[in-house]
Write a protein that binds this ligand. Sequence first.
Ligand code: PEP
Length: 251
Amino acid sequence: MRKNIVAGNWKMNTTVAEGVALAKEVNEALKAEKANCDVVICVPFTHLCPVAAVIDQTVLGLGAENCADHTSGAYTGEVSASMVASTTAKYVILGHSERRQYYGETSETLREKVALALANGLKPIFCIGEVLAERENGTYNEVVRRQVEEGLFNLSAEDFGKIILAYEPVWAIGTGKTATAEQAEDMHAFIRGVIAEKYGKEVAENTSILYGGSCKPSNAAELFAKPDVDGGLIGGASLKCADFMGIVKAF
Ligand code: PEP
């Protein structure tokens, strides 16, 4: 059975002190009221150790927002999957559209990152999604199919089973413009079909597919009510405990 998951993506926000305070607050809220889904926060590299020290990862999972496409060595400024794992984090966002757009991440580099994440016991939250022009010219299904096929279909069925997918239409990220619940459901069902073609129905049914893009407490319940929407990857609204918990409570 696939899991319902709400994951926060803090991006490049908060100082260490602010991040620790926010993580503590979310952790306390989840201890006070048990969530009906898995809850994860993905935080900047600098925050992983201090946040790990103040949360209980049985109620609040911890992840990074990226990892390197090399194992170790002369890659100044990079942080490897094994370094992330050594902080006790269990998740890593890979292929976020901001990484693809601003840092030139390709399917080729992402395959390396996914392999290294899995080899180090991290669960990738693998992001896919079309830009506005592709939504408008009707090529969005093919674009997303290609991202899934090129980024992940080299994996064995066993390894694919460790992936969490996040469908994030780029036109909806940080814009306040959310995909309608119907648009999200159509795409999630399409993605599940693409997975079933390659790995079979059982693997497809067991894959969690999150929606991301201006998800907030006011629209989360409608999105999460759709049968193929298994939760959310939350940017802006994960930076305030009340908003993030409002989305968690949509389950
Ligand atoms: C994201 O960047 O993963 C995201 C979904 O951002 P926002 O919720 O702010 O649109």
